[in-house]
Each structure stands twice: as structure tokens, then as C-alpha cells.
Write a protein that binds this ligand. Structure first.
Ligand code: MLT
Length: 250
């Protein structure tokens, strides 16, 4: 019986369409909702709210409430995973399962924070034109970074977010707290799925993350980079279906 809907949160600088192939492969195994976070796709930025993962999480919670959703299974890719973790901490009673895909529970290092702040400054001065090329190289394996469809998708997502949407997200990521210790308190199944060739969040971090969970499902996808749902949607869907089945059994 399918008790819990599956909610999928996109990464940076993407939007909900990154999940299309994964959703097709999940098929009838779950009812899926893949919203855009504020400032991405067509969803406006949160006005007068300080950038934080908690603010994105509060937005997701109010969306679920407005749709009369009860408990859900929440999975996020990379930044989407940071939001899902903030959600799990703020609203533990709303979750039947958690998915951390190409993500991590640790906070930014000093260097990572500095790099995000520099990007925010550059976005202010130059707009979004410089974002695509380095992002292609970081998100994908070298062969897939040449894929024209991925490039077009990335370009459209960056353009839709604009300098303001991207800056808000960068500031929010830079201030996120370390949630590694929080995971041991979470008594729900947690899918940790990672590509072995990830250049943004190395695969070793996924193993550490899974070790911190009480009820982990660890999936390593060989030969795949950071953008797992784009590069390996069938493997991501298979991991999510395992998470859904485990959450629905409990
Ligand atoms: C993402 O894919 O969401 C971002 O690359 C995550 C990050 O920069 O930490």
C-alpha cells in the first residue's frame, strides 16, 4: 500500500525538471511532487527573509500543508538534501523517510564559504553569464559535461533563477549548520545515494553520512558524477523506490 507521497527537492542551480526522468522511472511506485524552491524556476524569491535552509524548509512545509499532505518521504539532491535535513530537524513528525542524494550533512568549510561569497559579488557585477561553464565541469563526468541537452537544461535553469535566485541560495548554503550529529536521532529510513565520480561532494562523505544514520540505505552509483538524477535516473529511481518501500513497511 502506498501511504506516503514522495517529495523531491532539486539542487543548485537547477529546478524541478531535473527529476523528470527519475519520476518516469519511479512510475506507479509513489505519488511524486517535485516543487521548485523559491527563487528557482517560476517560483518567486522569499521576500524579506534572511537566506537559510530553514527558510526553504518552512516554504516546503507550508506548501505541503496547503496541499493537505500529512507525513511524506522527502528526498533532495545536494542543496535539496541540505533543505531536506533542515526540514527533518524542524518538522520531524512530518517525515516517514529521508533521501540525501549527492548531498552531505556537514557545513561549508571556510574556503567554501569564501568561494560562495565571491560568486555572490560576481553575480552582482556581471549577472549569470559566467556560471554555466564551471558548473558543467563540476556537476557532470567529463563525457556527460559535453551533452547538449544537459547544457541547455543547465543554461535555462540558471537563467530562470537569475542572479538574485542564485545569490540567495549561495548565501543560504554558506550559513547552513553542520547536521551530521543530528542524523543519529532520526528514527526513519534514510537513503544515501551518491555517484562515485562526484567532484562537488566526494563519495567518501556519503559513506560517513550513512554510518551516522540509524536506518540507512546506502547506494553508490559507479561512474556517475554529482548530477545523479540527470546522469543516472534509473539508479536514483531504484534507490527511491527502496526508500519508499521501506518507509511504507514501518
Ligand atoms: C548543488 O548541487 O546543489 C550544489 O552544488 C551544492 C553545493 O554547492 O554545496
Amino acid at each position: 500500500m502506498k501511504k506516503y507521497p514522495l517529495i523531491l527537492l532539486h539542487g543548485y542551480p537547477l529546478e524541478h525538471r531535473m527529476w523528470y526522468s527519475t519520476i518516469a522511472a519511479v512510475g506507479s511506485n509513489a505519488k511524486v511532487l517535485a516543487p521548485d524552491l523559491p527563487g528557482f524556476g517560476k517560483v518567486p524569491l522569499l521576500e524579506d527573509v534572511k537566506p537559510s535552509m530553514e527558510a526553504y524548509a518552512a516554504h516546503v512545509e507550508s506548501l505541503l500543508t496547503s496541499l493537505n499532505y500529512g507525513k511524506v518521504i522527502l528526498a533532495g539532491m545536494s542543496m535539496g538534501g541540505y533543505v531536506a535535513l533542515a526540514f527533518a530537524e524542524k518538522y520531524p513528525g512530518r517525515l516517514a523517510g529521508l533521501g540525501l542524494i549527492s548531498s552531505q550533512a556537514e557545513a561549508d568549510t571556510v574556503e567554501a564559504k569564501k568561494a560562495r561569497n565571491e560568486t555572490v559579488e560576481k553575480l552582482k557585477k556581471e549577472g549569470t553569464g559566467f556560471v554555466l561553464e564551471p558548473m558543467m565541469a563540476r556537476m557532470f563526468t567529463p563525457a556527460r559535461a559535453k551533452d547538449e541537452d544537459f547544457r541547455k537544461y543547465m543554461e535555462e535553469s540558471i537563467k530562470a533563477a537569475g542572479a538574485e535566485g542564485l545569490s540567495w541560495a549561495l548565501k543560504a548554503m554558506a550559513v547552513r549548520p553542520d547536521r551530521s550529529n543530528f542524523l543519529k536521532n532520526l528514527d526513519i529510513p534514510v537513503l544515501v545515494l551518491h555517484g562515485t565520480e562526484d567532484k562537488i561532494v566526494p563519495a567518501g562523505k556519503a559513506r560517513d553520512l550513512a554510518e551516522r544514520c540509524r536506518n540507512p540505505i546506502l547506494v553508490e552509483v559507479k561512474g556517475v558524477g554529482h548530477a545523479t538524477p540527470l546522469e543516472a535516473p534509473d539508479a536514483v529511481a531504484a534507490g527511491l523506490v527502496r526508500l519508499v518501500a521501506t518507509a511504507n513497511e514501518e
